[in-house]
Design a protein around this ligand. Sequence first.
Ligand SMILES: [Zn+2]
Length: 394
Amino acid sequence: MTTVITGIGELVTNDPARREELAGQGGLLGLVRDAAVVIEGGRVAWVGPAADAPAADVQVDAGGRAVVPGFVDSHSHLVFAGDRSAEFEARMTGQPYTAGGIRTTVAATRAATDEQLTSHVARLVGEMRAQGTTSVEIKSGYGLSVHDEARSLAVARQFTEDTTFLGAHVVPAGTSAEDYVDLVTGPMLAAAAPHARWIDVFCEDGAFDVDQARTVLAAGSGSGLRGRLHANQLTYGGGVRLACEFGLVAVDHCTFLSDDDVAALADSGTIATLLPGVEFSTRQPYPDARRLLDAGVRVALASDCNPGSCFTSSMALCIALAVREMRMSPAEALHAATATGAAALDRDDVGVLAPGMAADLVLLDAPSYVHLAYRPGVPLVAGVWQAGRPVVAR
Ligand SMILES: [Zn+2]
């Protein structure tokens, strides 16, 4: 069966092949005006001017509204139980954020059944989908035992191929960092690896230092897991340079960066994934996206949806924050939340609307993608197709 979505006033393709047709912001996004998209078997079959669109079994009229690629949220922590709204309220009334709050969620996660964890992740993935996110990476990291990390990843695997083993999230109470790194790189890695594509470390004061992160990344690589890193969120440090040294596809947070860090990112091609919902929710300074972009660094945006430092699942909010607070243009922010998010997961099948790519599309109740930043907080998603199937319609 084929479906044609026609009457698209403004189509964002992110297709690099269209970049030269258009100058400036529209070029970055590969914009096509008065466009149509044909979907067949879960893939995009055709993209172009509506007047030239081939016939299809089903026709959907976008009514002049904008269509963008589904958001690719390359950083989330959805496998958890419990609630930390009290911690948030405390922080908003003057108490500083520290990484130790993770332990609260660990206790609740360990106490939850597999069924409870699964239904909780399903609810959050559905919440994301309703807001236009069609690809999501999901980390473990609230189990912190061999059994609980492995089952967290098994739960996550039901929802995405991009599962990330984050045993090295925080050192659990009653264990030394040295002993815990041995556990993470030994029996925990062995139990986690069958359920994971990636391995991640929270490289930060109060979590794991650069040498420990190096040990974990190397062990993961030995088990076939590709590395990612949480780095330079709360302080300057060596995490970003470690990511570049390892040639990681992405390093996430990048809030406190030296000139050497920026140069290393530009030289290595490692993507800086910025998570502005965290700075919003913790009242920290935002990362300087403009500085990174001007230095030639590729920038992705992701939600970091987690119960402690940022409990938003809204990529549109991240786009609005990136534009308002981080001096990204609306086009740069959307590109970062779609095509570069896909690149940060080393995915070449999503984030771009071109023939052969996954038919993951979002119909906005707006004439232009600019409304994602122009109308912050407004639910603009009027329809979502995931792998060609309509999954949200309102
Ligand atoms: Zn995170």
